[in-house]
Design a binder for this molecule. Structure first.
Ligand code: LLP
Length: 431
């Protein structure tokens, strides 16, 4: 591989020296190349514009939510999907137009739904019968007519890790199609004067590498609407477009997934004599994943003769739990000389007190020494987003780089942050 370097042989990210970033902000450090993020957002839009179909690209912000990323999404004219009051609050704090938000989730609370309705969230993607009831009460109380989509469990199982596949029948998400619950929900939604039912939604899973599931999903949503005598204004096929983490992953270009969805829905609209519905997609991973990487400082190592070399870095499962949780694979490179030839295969481990605390299972690297900077690639999705304070480690900082410039977008947590919500124990054992 040929990684971008400068004259010092250091890795560059968005034309900025990665070693300088590590020195300036410390490690572990999440670094996002904003040029890449913008390019992917634009690429998604361009596919629909070329095909001249109405569309909404909605960034699934669960992949990485921060004020800065909502601001970039807004600048690029895309929408955002949120799944909690916390994401809603962050988006609003960022100045994101609430009309361009959609709200997913299988157990939205009264408070979250009230916040969404009163703040003017554009679309609520209703997931279940309780939510229909809560939303009916909240919209009545606030005198609001709310745009909604109904989330369907389509019974399609995309080939992906069991924990991140959401479309199969045995799923906690959405109204079940096979047992008639979706139709019952449709009847309720249509009869409610406070709801403007614009269409249907189904998401079939994440990190998907072929188009068949998306085609099936799009066709099924159209066929379902047709069978109810419903002409949808919106068909939302969710997200899930796979990315390359290591050379073993072979994702298709984004355009192939989107083209397959567009083709399917164009032909359904023609067959049913519908006005072409808006096609909504909700990519998360594909927008931020490849644009992010994490810089770590190399520390101790353990060499077990004839068995394994462990190389430890100053972060781990607290800033990236995906290898421990999903056996996910990443590539790592030596940021102070990324194109140096590799000399050994190591397991990159973190500093957390758990054997499963791994960042890269089998990584070929040049010889390294303590103090070298290692970059784990493609960590931009579900990395910082799923970070924790396990072992009372502060969460890392996040930096955005663009055109040779860099800016802190989330500060590193301090030890003081770690105890900010703690209280001294005052009750006495005086029985
Ligand atoms: N829309 C809905 C309704 C979703 O549930 C998801 C992801 C997305 C869109 C975005 O999917 P994406 O384009 O990012 O694949 N933590 C796991 C991934 C969980 C995905 C959950 N839903 C991971 O680290 O792989």
């Amino acid at each position: 591989m040929n990684y971008p370097i400068n004259t010092a042989q250091h890795l560059t990210i968005g034309e900025v020296d990665a070693i300088d970033l590590a020195k300036t902000y410390g490690t572990p450090l999440y670094v996002y190349d904003v040029t890449k993020i913008r390019q992917t957002m634009r690429d998604f839009k361009a596919i629909f514009e070329k095909e001249d179909v109405p569309y909404v690209v909605s960034y699934a912000s669960k992949a990485f939510a921060s004020k800065a990323i909502y601001q970039v999404a807004q600048q690029e004219g895309i929408h955002a999907d949120i799944v909690s009051g916390g994401e809603l609050y962050t988006a609003l704090s960022a100045g994101f137009d609430p009309k361009h938000l959609s709200f997913n989730g299988n157990n939205k609370s009264w408070d979250e739904l009230t916040m969404a309705v009163t703040e003017g969230v554009g679309t609520i993607i209703v997931d279940n019968f309780l939510e229909l009831q809560l939303l009916s009460e909240i919209t009545t109380q606030n005198g609001v007519k709310q745009d909604i989509l109904l989330r369907i469990s389509p019974g399609i199982s995309a080939h992906t890790h069991e924990f991140i596949s959401t479309g199969q029948q045995d799923s906690k998400f959405g109204f079940d199609l096979l047992t008639g619950q979706a139709k019952a929900a449709y009847d309720i939604a249509r009869q409610n004067e406070n709801f403007n039912l614009r269409g249907l939604h189904a998401h079939i899973g994440s990190q998907i590498f072929d188009v068949t599931g998306f085609e099936k999903n799009a066709a099924l949503l159209a066929e379902t609407a047709k069978s109810w005598g419903f002409q949808p204004e919106v068909i939302n096929v969710g997200g899930g477009f796979g990315i390359r983490y290591t050379s073993e992953d072979e994702p298709l270009p984004e355009s192939e997934y989107a083209d397959a969805i567009i083709r399917t829905l164009k032909s359904k609209a023609a067959e049913y004599d519908w006005k072409m519905p808006e096609i909504w997609i909700e990519p998360g991973r594909s927008i931020v994943g490849p644009a992010g990487q994490t810089l770590y400082t190399i520390g101790s190592r353990k060499d077990i003769p004839d068995l394994r070399h462990y190389l430890a870095v100053d972060g781990g499962m607290g800033d990236n739990i995906r290898p421990a949780l999903y056996q996910a694979n990443y590539d790592a490179i030596l940021a102070n000389n990324p194109n140096a030839s590799t000399q050994e295969v190591v397991r990159v481990a973190g500093k957390y007190c758990e054997s499963g605390d791994v960042l890269a299972w089998q990584q070929a690297l040049p010889k390294t020494k303590p103090g070298d900077i290692l970059s784990i690639l493609a960590t931009g999705a579900y990395g910082y987003a799923m970070a924790s304070n396990y072992n009372r480690n502060p969460r890392p900082a996040v930096v955005f780089v663009e055109n040779g410039k860099h800016q802190l977008v989330i500060a590193r947590e301090s030890y003081a942050h770690l105890i900010a919500l703690d209280h001294d124990y005052m009750l006495k054992n005086d029985k």
